[in-house]
Design a binder for this molecule. Structure first.
Ligand SMILES: O=C(O)CCC(=O)C(=O)O
Ligand SMILES: [Fe+2]
Length: 365
């Protein structure tokens, strides 16, 4: 598709990259184009495995989309927020407490962050089957492009990564791919997200935290890198470090479901979003993501028998196998509770806990 023949939408201009000297996480860069030869793939599988085990996050480059396509997706990502009237947004509210599912808007001020302060961010979530739900008028002409975006994420990014991570466990390389059917029943979806600047009072009461430290629920999250430096990961030494923006790169992390399936070999790394550095304040922050879940019927039990690696290193279980949730149970429990449940403060208030399907889940401020 050449951009000139596409529906006209406003161009979203993000804040320029920060000039501040931030402490960044030192993440591996996985060049996905190398996976096209057997030797390249074998070498890349080791890099991806080590990166996932060491930091829990890595970049992907050469994933097959151009900078022009990337710019276009960020213009599209802003449409559900800037081009849809507020009353129309309410008609497409995802109502997560009732549905236990992220489809449609998560409107502003739906979650509690801290000390009575609510979030100032909006999502618009679109199932990879874009026909599952009706969409706001301004989004409808963009659906073919959103569908192409979902497919690119699924087949050209997710599947190659899942193969590398399966090889890392010495599993048949399609093991995880077979758990993530594009046509299967499940909730893998595109998320567009917009954060709005907050008042000084909100910043103070939350200690600058815009989105609390959490793990993602699914198997893999694909985050399309954007320039506002707000995303941090919790490193093994207990320090929060920023994720650096790389043009047209993807930031990949594992979520709970992959941690369950891999018996803790690939851990779901805790991350959060905070107020950006001074030279980026006062701007909005638009994001584009692909949140990946295994198929709904996958029982989240470690692949211990199947993986020689897990037999050698052993597995960590967050619950007994007979009590393990299916993806559907896990994602529904997590979605419903997120930002809404009563959390129990521990560790002097820094960490909050809850149980979802009998499994301990932690949140960090
Ligand atoms: O906005 C970001 O950079 C990260 C958002 C995030 O972690 C999430 O939506 O789960
Ligand atoms: Fe997240």
């Amino acid at each position: 598709m050449s951009t000139s023949s596409l529906p006209h939408i406003p161009h979203y201009v993000p804040a320029p990259a920060t000039k501040e000297d931030l402490e960044y996480a030192d993440l591996a860069i996985i060049d996905l184009s190398k996976a096209s030869t057997p030797e390249g793939k074998a070498a890349l599988a080791i890099e991806a495995r080590d990166a996932m085990r060491d930091k829990g996050f890595f970049y992907v480059i050469n994933h097959g989309w151009t900078q022009e396509q990337n710019d276009r997706i960020f213009d599209i990502a802003d449409v559900p927020f800037s081009q849809v009237p507020e009353d129309e947004k309410k008609q497409y509210d995802g109502k997560m407490l009732e549905t236990s599912s992220f489809q449609g808007y998560k409107l502003r001020q739906y979650w509690e962050i801290e000390n009575g302060v609510q979030d100032q961010l909006e999502h618009y979530n679109i199932n990879r089957d874009i026909t599952k739900k009706q969409h706001p008028e301004a989004v409808r002409p963009l659906l073919p492009e959103i569908q192409a975006f979902a497919k690119h994420n699924h087949f050209d990014v997710l599947f190659p990564i899942l193969r590398l991570l399966a090889i890392g466990l010495e599993l048949p390389e399609d093991t995880f791919v077979n758990h993530h059917g594009f046509e299967a029943v499940g909730e893998t979806y595109v998320r567009f997200m917009k954060y709005y600047p907050r008042s000084e009072e909100e910043e103070q009461k939350t200690n600058q935290v815009w989105l609390k430290g959490h793990t993602d629920f699914g198997s893999i999250t694909i985050l399309w890198s954007q320039p506002v430096s707000s995303l941090q990961i919790l490193s093994k030494d207990g320090k929060w470090r920023f994720i650096k923006h790389i043009d047209n790169a993807l930031v990949i992390n594992a979520g709970d479901a992959l941690e369950f399936l891999s018996g803790g070999y690939y851990k779901a790394t805790i991350h959060r979003v905070i107020q950006p550095p001074k030279d980026q304040r006062g701007h909005t922050r638009v994001g584009a993501f692909y949140f990946v879940m295994p198929d709904d019927d996958v029982k989240l039990i470690p692949l211990e028998k199947e993986s020689p690696v897990l037999q050698r290193v052993g597995v960590e279980r967050r619950c007994k196998d007979e009590d393990a949730p299916t993806t559907e149970q896990w994602r529904k429990g997590r979605t419903k509770a997120y930002g809404k449940s009563n959390l129990k403060k521990v560790d002097g208030g820094k960490v909050e806990e809850e149980y979802i399907n009998g499994v301990l889940v932690k949140h960090y401020s």
